[in-house]
Design a protein around this ligand. Structure first.
Ligand code: F6P
Length: 361
């Protein structure tokens, strides 16, 4: 009875993330068992615009892909469908683009679209749903910054990679008595930095949520020196603010590019304390996003894929699947894209960091 229940499109949008293939696998395997058939759209929303880019998604096509990083459907965070630029900003997608996408989906007989994406892609999905396309969202981002779900898939793997990077710099920092910076991803929120910093034994953690002063950081590092702690490790979220300013670069696309925060911090420290600290920086970068998803992310991603089909079976529309405790349920898309989950003082890791005297303002 293949396809008797309906034809479902799937796309992966925005930056890639470990676990995307596991979502696709969960949705397609379970969906086929329930009478749906699937079409994959390539390169995110570009795939539903003209010329349409599709690929078959049969049971066989999605077999053995859950452990593979990246996305078999390819993705992009550029293109004609940019849904969000920066925190809180919503980009209105031109009407003709939304209409074109809707028309193409109708032509292909698509009954609903599963959009696997973060804040920006889901906000684009919301605009598409307002045009009458049935949309189910799946929360993807290594930043773990969507408030409407306990956890996004991909975060756990990224955190593991960041902790490993920290573990590795400890010995080299100690051997050279250096001040070592480890820059991790996190545009608007510092979940990776906070948790990796705590797990990886960082001495200072710099997050977008808690602006700090260079003078305070220098004073803290000097104090460590007085205690014969001659090396220090500082974790920096890419979106941390240096004296109230973000380090962003014009990437020429609708996405704001975060780059250079650690270099700025090092430069400012050197100005304040010339030749006092021998500094080096490691930017973990896309290693956090690439490669094999860990077990936690594969399980969560497959559960989200299955959850997206359950949402379809329940007749839902304009919702995002979300995790609450042990349960995958749904929240309205509008709610999912309107609140970012920021690190607050009530968070356990925040409190532990403060009690341990790790620098974090
Ligand atoms: O939003 C996820 C994310 O990984 C951010 O943490 C990071 O700033 C951004 O994507 C990087 O994207 P790109 O792949 O375009 O460099």
């Amino acid at each position: 009875m293949s396809g008797a229940r309906g034809r479902i499109g799937i796309l992966t949008a925005g930056g890639d993330c470990p676990g995307l293939n596991a979502v696709i696998s969960g949705a397609v395997h379970y969906g086929i068992r329930n009478g749906y058939e699937f079409v994959g759209f390539q390169r995110g929303f570009e795939g539903i615009l003209t010329p349409v880019l599709t690929q078959p998604l049969t049971d066989k096509d999605v077999s053995g892909i859950s452990h593979i990083g990246g996305t078999i459907l390819h993705t992009t965070n550029r293109g004609r469908f940019g849904g969000k630029v920066g925190v809180g900003n919503s980009n209105q997608i031109p009407d003709e683009i939304l209409e074109e996408a809707k028309h193409n989906l109708q032509q292909l007989g698509i009954d609903a679209l599963i959009i696997i994406g973060g804040d920006g892609s889901l906000s684009a999905g919301l605009q598409l749903s307002e045009k009458g396309v049935r949309v189910i969202g799946v929360p993807k981002t290594i930043d773990n910054d969507l408030a409407a779900t306990d956890q996004t898939f991909g975060f756990s793997t990224a955190l593991t990679v960041a902790v490993e990077a920290l573990d590795r710099v400890h010995t080299t920092a100690t051997s050279h008595d250096r001040l070592l910076f480890v820059e991790v991803m996190g545009r608007h929120t510092g979940w990776i930095a906070l948790k990796a910093g705590l797990a990886g034994g960082a001495d200072a953690i710099l997050l977008p949520e808690f602006p700090f002063q260079i003078d305070d950081l220098v004073a803290y590092l000097r104090e460590r020196r007085k205690q014969n702690k001659n090396s220090s490790i500082v974790v920096v979220a890419e979106g941390a603010m240096v004296e109230g300013e973000l380090s962003i670069e014009d990437g020429g696309s609708s996405e704001v590019r975060f780059a250079g925060v650690t270099q700025r911090i090092m430069k400012r420290i050197e100005q304040k304390a010339p030749d006092e600290f021998e500094m080096r920086a490691t930017v973990v970068g896309h290693i956090q996003r690439g490669g094999t998803p860990n077990a936690r992310d594969r399980i969560l991603a497959r559960a989200y894929g299955v959850g997206a089909i359950d949402a379809l079976l329940a007749g839902e529309n304009a919702v995002m699947v979300s995790l609450h405790g042990q349960e995958v349920s749904t929240v309205p898309l509008i709610e999912a894209v309107s609140h970012l989950k920021a690190v607050g003082e009530d968070v356990l890791e925040y409190q532990v960091v403060k009690k341990l005297g790790i620098f974090m303002h």
